[in-house]
Design a binder for this molecule. Structure first.
Ligand code: GLC
Length: 606
């Protein structure tokens, strides 16, 4: 048919209106629906016209599936969509939040808290571009990233997904969006979604707004603040996202002064759409509408009404999508949801599908498979790791720096499970939702990298969990103790104690009693450190969650590169101080935000 919407040379707004005019109500509300791949039947796609599919954390074609396996799966869903009456292509979304982290063999970059420590805008953009290539190589068009939360309390289980506690740092790091989506052309009207070419993906700034500011850092909790504070701290990064043409913004599970974001017409429509001029898709979080309902869900239809009326355009309803479709159909037919609201949502969805080139290029491009975990991407990830590490202590006597370490030392003792556990150094959102220990994908552990970097005659001994007695009689030039947190995600990471897991503090204690010791913390946030423990170690490095390229750690501790990372968050003395920020009168941290040393013990300046 010579429909305007199929004409790639026609203006996008004309294509939108032409297609919208041809759509039935079923097709319109189908486009507003995003379902999980495990329930995505051909009939759901072709007959119910579901417009988007997602993989929840770890949900793929099969265990350890590679990019080509994923591409085959996504393409099969897409072919079903292209067979529907109007042939509107699917948008397939996934949480590629530190590389294409669900896919076996993908490059895994440091989590956002480590990237925030780099303060390197161009590096983050390059990581976005590399991630986009690997995501498209797996046939996927859309990532629920970047998280632009401003994390104001490290007790929050999602601290590591935030670039830092200072909105200025988070604003800088939104360059991830230009990397993922491509740079908007000169004169691009801000607020209008934009996408460059097939090597890019639709991005998602999340979670709007105030997800990182909840009371006591409780996940999905309540951010209690004035509007000015909400705007100054938590909303600020969204202006940078919109000016880069971010195509989608995800609503937060959390509340603002007791009102859930998912049904806040004021924040979603009056502020984000009307005042800030956002023209893309507001997508709900997973089962975000269910979170509005009462425990037995008897008022789910009311939740649908309030969320859609508030301004949600696409609903991430992974499993109960038939109920959602039925309820929304009823709400429109009964006039409770006006067609104008539906048309606004569908226009936004079609706008993103047109600007992302989905109509012209709906299927995967096999030539991109060569980019997956390529040398360039591994090098980039290794650069990110070394730029993210923060040197917090270097020598009991600052005049005698302990680092860089001697790679030709006679014998080096390496201690701690985190020294040789790829899953631990990647953290949550890696291969599975919550992450897990072991060789979960390809990559280099810190121990692998130490063994590679030392001179031939140097002996490297590894003891995962030694006791004082097993260390008795052992001799070594120095010890490297790598401890920290095990992987966690969302609620699973909320913590009131912020202790080093698996008795890591005791391990440092035992080793540092005997040998000059460098402690490396693998964690998603600052952890509680006793002063006497800090006094015992010769050196302390915050390595955050570095991802698959552990080599970046040895690049700096053995001196091939100097440290340049600076804390993106406050390092507290004890959890009783929390929440604590630089602007507080009683600011008394162990290490202040922005702190970082060079290997010559110079204090890095911003
Ligand atoms: C999760 C998270 C969100 C993620 C979504 C899809 O619950 O809150 O960040 O993008 O569901 O996995």
């Amino acid at each position: 048919m010579n429909c305007i919407y199929k004409d790639s040379s026609a203006p996008i707004e004309a294509r939108i209106q032409d297609l919208l005019s041809r759509m039935t109500l079923q097709e319109k509300i189908g486009q507003m629906t995003q379902i999980e791949r495990s329930v995505a039947t051909p009939s759901a796609i072709k007959d119910l016209c579901v417009g988007s599919i997602l993989s929840v954390g770890g949900s793929g074609p099969f265990e350890n599936a590679k990019s080509s396996d994923w591409a085959a799966m996504v393409d099969s869903f897409q072919k079903a969509a292209l067979e529907s009456r109007l042939g509107i292509p699917l948008l397939y979304g996934i949480d590629a939040v530190h590389g294409n982290n669900n896919v076996y063999g993908a490059t895994i970059f440091p989590h956002n808290i480590g990237l925030g420590a780099t303060r390197d805008v161009d590096l983050i953009r390059r990581i976005g571009a590399a991630t986009a290539l690997e995501v498209r190589a797996s046939g996927i068009h859309y990532t629920f990233a970047p998280c632009v939360a401003v994390c104001r309390d490290p007790r929050w289980g999602r601290s590591y997904e935030s670039f830092g506690e200072d909105p200025e740092i988070v604003k800088m790091m939104t360059s991830m969006i230009s990397g993922l989506q491509g740079q908007p052309p000169q004169g691009h009207p801000s607020g209008y979604p934009f996408l460059a070419a097939r090597q890019h993906v639709v991005a998602c700034a999340k979670h709007f707004v105030g997800d990182g500011g909840t009371r006591n850092g409780i996940n999905e909790g309540d951010t209690i603040s004035s509007y000015d504070e909400l705007e100054k701290i938590h909303m600020a990064p969204y202006l940078d996202c919109i000016s880069q043409g971010v195509c989608t913004i995800m609503a937060s599970y959390s509340s603002w002064n007791g009102t859930k974001l998912h049904n806040s017409h004021f924040l979603l429509t009056e502020i984000l759409k009307d005042k800030l001029g956002f023209k893309g898709i507001i997508i709900s979080d997973s089962e975000g509408l269910d979170r509005l309902s009462n425990p037995h869900g008897s008022n789910y239809q009311q939740s649908v009404l309030s969320a859609i009326s508030a301004g949600i355009d696409m609903v991430m309803v992974p499993f109960r999508f038939e109920l959602f479709l039925k309820d929304l159909m009823h709400l429109v037919e009964s006039g409770k949801v006006p067609m104008t609201r539906i048309d606004d949502a569908v226009e936004r969805i079609l706008r993103v599908k047109f600007v992302s080139g989905l109509f012209e290029h709906p299927l995967s491009d096999g030539s991109l498979l060569a980019t997956v975990n390529c040398e360039l991407h591994k090098k980039l990830a290794r650069e990110a790791v070394r730029k993210s590490l923060v040197l917090l202590k270097n020598g009991k006597d600052p005049k005698r720096p302990f680092l860089p370490l001697d790679r030709s030392a006679k014998r080096i003792l390496v201690v701690g499970r985190h020294a040789d556990d790829l899953g631990y150094q990647c953290g949550g959102w890696t291969m599975t939702w919550e992450g897990k220990g072991g060789r979960i994908t390809t990559g280099t552990t810190i121990l692998d990298a130490i063994r590679e970097v030392v001179d031939g005659k140097t002996e490297v001994i590894y003891e995962q969990n030694p006791s004082a007695s097993t260390l008795a009689g052992k001799d070594c030039s120095f010890a490297i103790v790598v401890v920290g947190e095990g992987p966690y995600v969302e609620f699973g990471g909320d913590s009131t104690e912020l202790k080093i897991h698996f008795n890591g503090a005791e391990l440092i204690n035992v080793v540092a009693d005997k040998f000059p010791t460098l402690a490396i913390l693998i964690s998603g946030r600052p952890l509680a450190l006793e002063q006497q423990l800090l006094d015992k170690m010769e050196g302390l490095v915050a390595a955050w969650l570095p991802g698959s390229e552990g080599g970046g750690v040895v690049d700096v501790i053995f001196g091939d590169h100097d440290f340049q990372g600076r804390l993106p968050v406050t390092w507290f003395k004890n959890v009783e101080q929390l929440p604590m920020h630089a602007e507080d009168n009683s600011y008394d941290p162990l290490f202040p935000i922005g702190f970082g040393l060079t290997s010559k013990n110079e204090i890095l300046k911003g």
